[in-house]
Ligand binder design. Structure first.
Ligand code: NAD
Length: 487
């Protein structure tokens, strides 16, 4: 019996790091609990600078070989990883749900197929990547996308495998090697990904997975001189620490951070559609960076919108995320629940009114909440809660709607409900957001640029933008008569 293997919902998961094609234990472990019932699922190897250094060394050693592997062969292996993910969708889905509490039905039908698609998409995009050859006064210019080197990828717990593979796939496709550090609250599927990648024939050291608390292993990864790229998805305070640590080597950073995105509902909108979009904001128990958590509703329809929204919210089923009928699962951690409740209690004390919810439920659940009577400069309107807590404010004209929408330090996304295409164009042009959805929400194509403005992030990922980040782009200029001495 291997004491490093744990069984989660019938699936064997190795709790050790994956470094240089081998499982590596640490002296210490940390407990990983399920948000469903608080039970400890596993004792996970607790990495420190030692494991960070070993993983970067393995990534560095594997880099020349992987970078020299043909694009066609790299693409083949990425497709093989996608095949492995598809074969294990059920296992990945149940392990992820048990570990982070998000709905099993969406892991099964949306998230895990998307994980496989991340590998297929970037494998195919690699083969289409333009070289961009052109001529200058008879000289040829050849633009090449050279792999950058070892990349450190650090990811959060709210969509663990989805967000990890959205970075791992383009980094590997580009010819880089990777050290992935999953979040300590939901590390299990990253370990399964290591198994799948090895089975798919990914050479040892090309993908490494290290686990641990960010405060203990993070700095050793992000300040390492052999690391050529750092891609981080997570919170603003952590991003600041990572940026400071990366500054020593000026390591290029991609930062996908939080948001406080608006949903603008104009009186000319299809109100049923607007309410559909609004109710979606409780997805993943509100733990979605892109969530439109601030409803900005034109005054003349605000009462009717609120009535229909509350009706719909009352019909949502909160409970065990493994149950197909559940709409809202638990929040990730007792600490996160406490944080959510703190935001709500302070908002209520400052004069906000809970139209619905406003309190925790039994276990690790928070009642879906809508707060009104909130001031624009209040904490609840300005700061990301990352739980099922939404606010509603009204506006009287387009100008005011835009002003309120843009008046936070974030700029990740914005959603618009309007029946007027000209208004949509006018408003969209003035919104500060990396993504604007008009009469829809969460439609995301992997070739689209994704990222945020202001405190929501630095850089864009997706399609060519990902390759731009994960590659050292080189231009080679050759003279027209440069070969006279040859032969
Ligand atoms: P977090 O910043 O606490 O942790 C994210 C990761 O960083 C974890 O793996 C953690 O271990 C690691 N980390 C912590 N300290 C570190 C350090 N000093 N050095 C290196 N790594 C360190 O974020 P979280 O609570 O896990 O995630 C929630 C946040 O992520 C929210 O703000 C949410 O909006 C954001 N998010 C953004 C996107 C996006 O694409 N923009 C997507 C999902 C989540």
């Amino acid at each position: 019996m291997n004491k490093h293997l744990t069984t989660v919902a019938g699936v064997a998961v190795d709790t050790r790091h994956w470094i240089g094609g081998e499982r590596v234990a640490s002296t210490d472990t940390f407990p990983d609990a399920s948000p469903i019932d608080g039970s400890v699922l596993a004792d996970i190897a607790r990495g420190t600078a030692t494991e960070a250094d070993a993983a970067v060394a393995a990534a560095k050693a594997a880099f020349p070989g992987w970078a020299a592997t043909s694009r066609v062969e790299r693409a083949r292996i990425l497709h093989a990883i996608a095949d492995g993910v598809e074969k294990r969708i059920e296992e990945l889905a149940i392990v992820e749900t048990t570990d982070n509490g998000a709905l099993l039905r969406s892991h099964r039908r949306g998230v895990m197929p998307r994980v496989a698609h991340n590998f297929r998409f970037f494998a195919d995009w690699l083969l289409k990547l333009e070289h961009g050859d052109f001529e200058t006064r008879g000289h040829s210019n050849h633009v090449s996308w050279d792999p950058a080197g070892p990349c450190v990828l650090i990811t959060p717990w709210n969509a663990p495998l989805m967000l990890a593979t959205w970075k791992v796939a383009p980094a590997l496709a580009a010819g880089n090697t990777v050290v992935l550090k999953p979040a300590e609250w939901s590390p299990l599927t990253a370990s399964l990904l290591a198994d799948i990648a090895a089975e798919a024939g990914l050479p040892a050291g090309v993908l490494n997975v290290v686990q641990g608390y960010g405060s203990e292993i993070g700095d050793a990864l992000t300040s390492h001189p052999d690391v050529r790229r750092i891609s981080f998805t997570g919170s603003v305070p952590t991003a600041r620490r990572i940026a400071a640590s990366a500054a020593a080597n000026l390591t290029p950073l991609s930062l996908e951070l939080g948001g406080k995105s608006p949903l603008l509902v104009f009186a000319d909108a299809d109100l049923d559609l607007a309410v559909d979009l609004a109710v979606e904001q409780y997805d993943n128990a509100g733990q979605v960076c892109l969530a439109a958590t601030r409803f900005l509703v034109e005054e003349s329809v605000a009462e009717e919108f609120t009535r229909r929204f509350v009706d719909r919210t009352m019909g949502l089923r909160q409970g065990d995320p493994r149950d197909e009928a559940t709409d809202i699962g638990p929040n990730i951690h007792p600490g996160q629940l406490e944080k959510i409740d703190g935001f709500v209690r302070r908002a209520l004390a400052a004069g906000a009114r809970a139209v619905i919810g406003g309190h925790p439920e039994d276990g690790q659940y928070y009642a879906p909440t809508l707060l009104t009577d909130v001031a624009q400069d209040s904490e609840i309107v300005q700061e990301e809660v990352f739980g099922p807590v939404l606010t509603l404010q009204t506006f009287t004209d387009e100008e005011e709607a835009i002003r309120l929408a843009n008046d936070t330090r974030f700029g990740l996304a914005a959603t618009l409900a309007t029946g007027d295409p000209e208004r949509a164009e006018r408003v969209t042009a003035r919104l500060v957001a990396g993504t604007v959805w008009v009469n829809c929400f969460f439609v995301r194509d992997l070739q689209a640029p994704f990222g945020g403005s202001r405190l929501s992030g630095v850089g864009r990922e997706g399609g060519t933008w990902s390759f731009d980040f994960y590659c050292d782009v080189k231009n080679t200029v050759t003279a027209p008569n440069g070969w006279t001495n040859h032969g």
